[in-house]
Ligand binder design. Structure first.
Ligand SMILES: [Zn+2]
Length: 309
């Protein structure tokens, strides 16, 4: 094909609205769609001024059982990069992808290569729950894993938009440094505590965090949050709260702390939040909250609730 003929062919494809997988042009920002808040925060940091990063979950929406809307398919068909955590965290993302027919969309499974903890491997146990399936999907709550996720997401950016490789690498290194700082703050901040048991009235999300800092972790609900604790399990939790002496029950973000509330009333404990950061509220999104911000607040609350010096 001559150069002129090739140009005509390209022009035809462009007019037909069916452009081949092309490199991003200078004036168009890389369009990145992410599923959950941690990925959104990582991608936003890596992309800097060269990418337009959006969060697929509407603010406040529940992450595990989210049902994609028809508009989400259109959104992905227009995107360059789609970043999700993995098939066990967002089973809905994989079914969403089946509806996508876009030659330019690159998909990044940010959890690639990170082994999932099985329930029972962590330094805790849930109140009698046994989770079937692939294991605990909340991998970002181990800040070493989170660094690996940044590296995987970075690779997606570089492959899709090699012209900005240096910028993306620089930004990713900055974000990884913040995660390392966070990890050190947790190690130091949780080194000397009166109790090492986190009692959580939410779903099982902090197994990775507990394991990393040698804490015990007890949650009222399993990882996907879909079955209620029975009377025996509630009694077990109440007993643990009383014997721990810390007087704190943790509750989770974005849902009514109904069960944590019951546990707190039953035992006279007070409530503190542990934010797993699956998603954020509209207000937090608008004020530009970051994953490290939320994790710093968690550390504060853990230090209070575990009576750390
Ligand atoms: Zn979860």
């Amino acid at each position: 094909m001559t150069r002129g003929a090739a140009l005509v062919a390209l022009l035809f494809l462009a007019l037909a609205g069916c452009t081949p997988r092309e490199q991003k042009t200078e004036n168009r920002k890389l369009q990145v769609v992410t599923t959950l808040f941690p990925l959104y925060d990582m991608a936003r940091a890596i992309g800097g001024t060269s990418a337009q990063v959006s969060l697929l979950l509407p603010p406040g929406a529940e992450a595990h059982s989210f049902e994609p809307r028809p508009g989400d398919i259109l959104r992905l068909n227009r995107a360059d990069l789609f970043v999700y955590t993995g098939p066990f965290m967002e089973p809905w993302a994989e079914s969403l992808l089946k509806g996508i027919d876009s030659p330019r969309l690159q998909v990044v499974n940010a959890g690639r290569g990170i082994p999932l903890l099985k329930q029972g491997e962590e330094e805790r146990h849930t109140a009698g729950h046994h989770h079937e399936g692939g294991g605990d999907p909340h991998i970002w709550l181990d800040f070493g894993n989170a660094q690996t996720m940044v590296v995987t997401i970075l690779a997606g950016f570089v492959e899709r938009d090699p012209a900005h490789t240096e910028l993306y690498r620089h930004n990713a290194a900055g974000y990884r440094a913040r995660l390392e700082e966070l990890d050190n703050a947790y190690r130091t901040g949780l080194a000397d505590c009166k109790t090492r048991t986190i009692i959580h009235g939410g779903h099982f999300a902090f197994g990775y965090l507990a394991k990393r800092y040698s804490l015990r972790y007890l949650s009222a609900f399993p990882p996907s949050g879909d079955s209620e604790p029975n009377a025996r399990q509630m009694a077990e939790m109440v007993g643990l709260i009383r014997s721990s002496g810390a007087g704190v029950v943790y509750y989770e973000e974005l849902v009514s702390p109904r069960l944590a509330d019951t546990l707190a009333r039953e035992t006279g404990a007070r409530l503190l939040m542990l934010n797993a950061a699956h998603n954020v509220s509209r207000a937090d999104l608008d004020r530009g909250v970051t994953l490290p911000d939320l994790m710093k607040q968690n550390l504060e609350n853990l230090r209070q609730g575990l009576l750390c010096r």
